[in-house]
Design a binder for this molecule. Structure first.
Ligand code: C5P
Length: 270
């Protein structure tokens, strides 16, 4: 896009300024994991994930306000650039982002499963003995993470750490809202045969200091989607998301070094 000033080019999304109070978020077809952006895009990915996020925002809007302005993204670009934004963009309010990744887990997977094996807990939340990979948890748990500097991996942190970072009141509100959002979404998905094993929300504050859900929500880029009919505790479920890429990056080697484990992760060949 050339008709709007580029604010930031993220790993998969490009943000453009629309005046000083709105942002046009354009989801590309790029795929990334562990801060590695793959050279090969997935055609249609940006549009598909945008449509999923819009649908989820609608299902969740009575729990917490979200960043959508309700205006059409096409209305803020010149006619020649409409095709570049159509279906793959959101016109959103500019917020003050809160530096906490609000992860909720209903099942043990990924870094949750790794932490559990070491400590029988995740982010300081104690869990019962005897859980396996992919086990359903007795109740969903809130396991926040902190955004890391570019080139490093996000770090799982305790709830108490988030209290120090953003204050106890806001930290508790984000935890409580995130668990409610996850429970609502997980129930909707399960009725359609999909287990949302875990997910990540991001929040910001608006000018009035109100908590607002932002970014994208409940897409396979920010969540683990498992088909319920093949779910089996103790085994790696098929994952309709980017788990395949994480698994590959964790085992792929570059000069004898695992790709995802050698910061800064080397860029992939185009
Ligand atoms: O990798 P981990 O098990 O910590 O991820 C938990 C959940 O949070 C997954 O659904 C993952 O997609 C999501 N997540 C994310 N962005 C991050 C960290 C985790 O979307 N930076």
């Amino acid at each position: 896009l050339t008709s709007l000033p580029l604010l930031a080019r993220g790993k998969v999304r490009d943000n453009y300024a629309v005046g000083d109070d709105r942002i046009l978020m354009v989801a590309s077809d790029r795929i990334s994991a562990f801060d590695v952006i793959m050279g090969e895009p997935i055609p249609g990915k940006g549009a598909l994930l945008t449509q999923m996020a819009l649908w989820w925002f609608e299902q969740l809007k009575d729990i917490v306000p979200n960043h959508l302005t309700g205006d059409a993204p096409e209305s803020v670009v010149v006619p020649g650039e409409v095709a570049q934004v159509q279906g793959r963009s959101m016109l959103v309010k500019r917020l003050q982002p809160i530096p906490v990744e609000a992860v909720v887990r209903g099942y043990l997977a990924g870094s949750g499963w790794k932490e559990y094996q070491d400590s029988r807990s995740v982010c300081g939340v104690p869990l019962p003995e005897g859980l396996q990979n992919a086990s359903k948890l007795p109740a969903p748990i809130y396991t926040p993470a902190a955004k890391a500097a570019v080139g490093e991996h996000d770090e799982n942190i305790t709830f108490e750490r988030t209290e120090q970072m953003i204050g106890p009141e806001l930290a508790a509100k984000i935890r409580d809202v995130s668990i409610r959002l996850y429970e609502r979404a997980a129930a909707i998905a399960l009725a359609k045969g999909i287990i949302i094993a875990d997910t990540k929300f991001e929040f910001g504050l608006d000018d009035a200091g109100q908590l607002v859900l932002m970014d994208e929500v409940l897409t396979p880029d920010s969540s683990r989607y498992w088909p319920a009919d093949s779910y089996q505790e103790g085994s790696n479920p098929p994952s309709f998301d980017k788990q395949f890429l994480r698994d590959w990056l964790e085992t792929a080697q570059v000069d004898g070094q695992p790709w995802a484990k050698s910061p800064p992760a080397p860029a992939l060949p185009q």
